[in-house]
Write a protein that binds this ligand. Structure first.
Ligand code: GDD
Ligand code: MN
Length: 354
């Protein structure tokens, strides 16, 4: 069965030759290709080009000058560029043993599934290669949380976050995937119902170099999970909630220090408006940023709208305080809830117009 092996790489120079050697040893070189999708900032592309010249099978290099979507984006670029429909995704650092490739391919060749997942957590698999106890814990907890959030789609999946799997690219509509960070398989599995099989494997230590997983990747993962599960509005609500709490805290703190509540409300609102815009750019409308307008134009619209809204909101709030004799904090809270819905509609339809 013809196979395209997709390898995302970010600064993996010392691992390339060994990976190609071990892959070559176990596949049929006449109908297998390796596609490196590289976002490196070091000499990895040169190393790949050199290894490709001496290789016994086609080794292709896609070097992305303007990488988008991180690891997930690289995998999608690989699926799109692959010669064959059957694509196997594998890390470039040899934590995924290439010797497993034939078993994964043969399981896929049975023809009854769309995806074959190499799992660290299926019976017989191990995750010894996770560098330390913290990584092990983070991996286990996030796997459980993820499974709990997608009880149906991930029912039989023990390792939805592995980066080692075979997929028929016709079963995943690459154009509709919104890759973000590390969890590309999760994105694929969550979007549509797919027929899945698992094969256990031993997650090894890295051959050379360092992991690119980070706290930032972790934040992206949380954002991706929430967006996948509940859609943009929920993420917008979470950020709005954080903003509202910050806003209330500022109003409270300033009035405690004797600042007039109107001034306190203005300061609270401005700080929140700017903070929320930055969070929205980063996490909520992350994939809409390619729309025609630039960041400053989006900021102007968002800032303008929120200020106009606050201008309307603050007198209403003052009126509520004067006539109902409620606290400034409560009045702020009530008006913020109403404002939330209006704001979401404006941002989805105007600021981040599709
Ligand atoms: N092209 C590209 N762009 N490749 C990347 C990027 C990127 O932005 N970031 C990482 N990679 C490549 C690395 O070079 C490596 O080949 C592979 O993706 C995995 O990255 P590692 O840095 O080795 O991550 P890890 O070992 O911590 O994470 C692995 O285990 C996780 C589960 O514990 C990966 O398999 C993850 O997919 C998996 O979720
Ligand atoms: Mn790794």
């Amino acid at each position: 069965m013809p196979l395209s092996i997709i390898v995302p790489t970010f600064n993996e120079a010392p691992n390339i030759a060994e990976l190609v050697r071990r892959v070559t040893a176990v596949v049929d070189t006449s109908d297998t290709e390796i596609v490196f999708v590289d976002d490196s900032t070091d000499d990895t592309p040169d190393v790949i080009a050199e290894v490709a010249r001496a290789a016994a099978l086609p080794v292709r290099l896609i070097h992305r000058e303007a990488p988008s979507g991180g690891l997930g984006g690289a995998v999608i670029a690989g699926l799109t560029a692959a010669t064959w429909d059957t694509c196997l995704v594998i890390d470039g650092d040899l934590q995924h043993p290439p010797e497993k490739i034939p078993e994964l391919r043969d399981r896929f060749a049975v023809g009854d599934v769309d995806v074959v997942i190499a799992s660290r957590y299926a019976g017989g698999g191990t995750s010894k290669g996770l560098a330390d106890r913290t990584r092990v814990l983070v991996s286990k907890v996030s796997t459980s949380v993820t499974k709990a959030m997608f009880p149906v789609r991930l029912h039989e999946v023990t390792d939805p976050m592995t980066g080692f799997f075979v997929v028929d690219r016709r079963a995943v509509d690459a154009a509709t995937l919104k890759p973000r960070g590390f969890k590309i398989l999760l994105e694929i599995l969550a979007r549509r119902p797919l027929r899945i099989a698992e094969v256990p494997f031993d997650f090894a230590g890295r051959h050379a170099g360092e992991s690119k997983a980070s706290f930032r990747q972790g934040l992206h993962f949380l954002a991706q999970l929430t967006a996948l599960r509940f859609g943009k509005m929920s993420l917008f609500a979470v950020i709005g909630g954080i903003g509202a709490v910050a806003n209330l805290a500022i109003v409270w703190a300033l009035t405690q220090f004797g600042v007039d509540y109107v001034i306190a409300a203005v300061v609270g609102a401005e700080v929140t408006i700017i903070g929320n815009f930055l969070l929205m750019e980063r996490f909520v409308f992350h994939d809409m940023k390619h729309s025609a307008s630039g960041v400053w134009s989006r900021f102007a619209k968002s800032f303008g709208f929120n200020n106009a809204e606050a201008l309307v909101r603050i007198p209403i709030m003052a009126l509520m305080v004067e006539t109902w004799h409620i606290s400034a904090v409560l009045a702020t809270a009530i008006t913020l809830v109403v404002a939330f819905v209006v704001r979401f509609v404006f941002h989805s339809l105007v600021v981040y117009a599709p």
